[in-house]
Ligand binder design. Sequence first.
Ligand code: NAD
Length: 492
Amino acid sequence: MTITVDREAGLLASVPTGLLINGQWQASASGKTLDVHDPATGKVLASIADGGSEDALAALDAASAAQAGWARTAPRVRGEILRKAFELVTERAEDFALLMTLEMGKPLGEARGEVAYGAEFLRWYSEEAVRDYGRYVTTPEGKNKILVQHKPVGPCLLITPWNFPLAMATRKVGPAVAAGCTMVLKPAKLTPLTAQLFAQVMQEAGLPDGVLNVVSGSSAAAISGPLLKDSRLRKISFTGSTAVGKQLMADATHNVLRTSMELGGNAPFIVFGDADLEAAVDGAMAAKMRNMGEACTAANRFLVHESVAGEFTAKLAERIGALTVGRGTEAGTDVGPMIEQKAREGIHALVTAAVADGATVLTGGDVVAGDGYFYQPTVLGNVPNDAAILGQEIFGPVAPVTTFKDEADAIRIANSTEYGLAAYVYTRDFSRLLRVSEQLEFGMVGFNAGVISNAAAPFGGVKHSGLGREGGSEGIAEYTTTQYIGIADPYA
Ligand code: NAD
């Protein structure tokens, strides 16, 4: 089924185009607007308000004013707003999916998957809102008492990337609402429309004015800069590249902010000689090709035991070579466009350099001519271990395959990166899985599984992949602060 132009136009016309400040959708102080493009065609989809420093501070005024009342709002009430939001997002799943496909490019089927995944954070945190436990214990000396309670950390700045426009927002907004924090959300300038629609849904779900403010804009630093210098802001939660994350961490020292950083990855996908190869290829397809490879958890390096490398690589090349590239709204599309021209150029430069280093192109290897920023799904064999493509986040539909000799070799190669987000291990030997996982310096390990993201699980990385966790019971702790009250002996 091809989406009709009318359906697209109707949906785009329904998305709020202003900044959301204190419950009001409004123009930016500068009056400027920002165009949002369809990466499949390069055409303008919509123009929205282009927020700047003044707007960001007005949003923080609203968040700050709403904080005390929101913190006192019953956890059940906060939870029920999230539950209602889950239902509204689910009811409007087709709208959210189409909007994401239009502004980001992913195939509609994948966009539907993201709606389900993204909505799940709202449902999960609607349940967690009433389960934030403190403790009351007697000191070891047996006289005094220890009372520990959690309080909302305070107004938060939430910065999200373009690759998962809904889920990256709900993964932050869900726990912040549950914990009783107010927010300024700054979506990526390439994909702000989904966040705008989501914020409207949060309003419909009953979120009080000022709790969630949204400031989209062409200059991220103009929005985040003054907020990071303002002592009313108490936390920054950022998802994006490691380079920007490091800068924001440095800036966050000014007011000693709580920081959560979900940064880049360089996931190894390790296939041992005893693995079920069919399952490994299925997992590889998901881990590599989901979101056109534009995922922080995307398999970035295939490390395959030399005894099965030939067979695995041939099967992978056959499957990847059979994928259909096209506009995400077209039926049958497996792989949509890259987000922008610059991104596609970067991917092609990595492929070209790998080939110059000795890699063999087994399928793909070039840009797709014509409109939009499409890149051929690509498999590279015989990639030398020191090739740049193995050391950097590719963020595209390119699978470089390299080999290893034994378990120790696989672990050494896998860990030879500054990143530490996700790793994948395919083996039939559970003891090996436990042994290898313990030694892998990664925040998450997929065991015979190519997709591991789940709202109930703690998502996050180590080393340069970040700090903190999103999802699970860990996710709400990022938005609370611990207060200890020391109580004198009540018998004295
Ligand atoms: P990016 O760092 O360029 O941008 C992310 C966000 O930060 C955007 O909203 C952007 O406008 C904003 N930003 C950019 N410069 C800024 C500045 N100086 N000050 C404040 N904000 C600024 O990343 P991207 O290209 O949008 O996203 C891709 C990156 O995100 C990849 O590295 C990917 O691995 C990472 N990512 C990580 C996770 C995770 O959970 N670990 C999830 C998705 C994406």
